[in-house]
Design a protein around this ligand. Sequence first.
Ligand code: 5GP
Ligand code: MN
Length: 338
Amino acid sequence: MEKIKNFVSLLADKEHVVIISHVNPDGDAIGSATGMKKFLEANGKGVQVVVPNKYPQFLDFLDPDGRIIAYKDDMLRAETVLLSADMIICMDFNSLKRIDDLGLLVAKTKAPKILIDHHLQPEDSFDIIFSDPAASSTCEVAYYLIKGMREADGSLSPVNLDSGISFYTGLMTDTNNFANSVRPQTFRMACELLELGIDKEDVQFKVYSGFREERMRMMGYMLYENMKIFPDQKAGFMLITKELKEKFKFNDGDSEGFVNLALNISGVEVSALFTEADGYVKVSLRSKGDFSVNSMSRAFFNGGGHQRAAGGKIYIPVDEVEEYFLTSLEKYRHTICK
Ligand code: 5GP
Ligand code: MN
């Protein structure tokens, strides 16, 4: 509570708050950033959201006027906004490396930096840290933080419907539709948000039913032709090459959810999706049970994340990816079994 009081008093005289979230922003990144923005705006603050690159189209409904600045597309504006910020709130990431070049800019600014997040091991580049790795999502951390802020200062207005829709979206997407990392507080928050009047079917529809035909066909192809299952290694593997991206007119965000699919197969405890990009291969990992993909990603994939959902990047030719994955898996299991 002491920390929350410090935050509330630090925030009191601030006028230009910038909220930042991570590269390839997902539902929790955009949900937490816009949810917090709407809460702060309702309390008289001027707020801008800046992300390293554009969010996928299915999240348009959280930013209907297109106010979110993507650093990659509008560096000058992002810089101007950041340099005039009197507070920076970082959401849904734990290290400035997760915001690419934007991190260098943030490190240069003098404004106090607040972290609101749910990843393990946050780095100490922040002045105040609200991090709860047991929370389902950053939206959950932010929602309960706002409750605490209102206990500290009764004059603050509560989460309104608009802000609630944002927070509900992150809660829903980061838990894979309330399947993973949920705890009583998660459902309590969902209940309270529904009581605010959120139309959950509408959010559900906007997030999970706006796909293009090519995306659905690609999912079918990935399951039928592309996915490899290695029973001895208890592993599933998918690889999206540039050639496949072209074949299915791939857009950012199209592969959302693919990495979870192999985990539905009995006996599979770790699933990996590799996506060829310019100069690197993006890594996405999911697991069941005690297998920590966070540790594995830190050790072999230049990344990190959570116990059962993590990601990273590797810098090897695409045709070496499968072997690299299998070798890393073997080495990782060997180390943890020692
Ligand atoms: P996804 O597989 O959905 O891209 O990422 C799952 C989780 O892994 C994210 O929520 C994030 O915590 C983490 N993650 C993804 N990519 C990276 C990365 O390049 N570096 C680190 N440190 N974490 C990542
Ligand atoms: Mn998250």
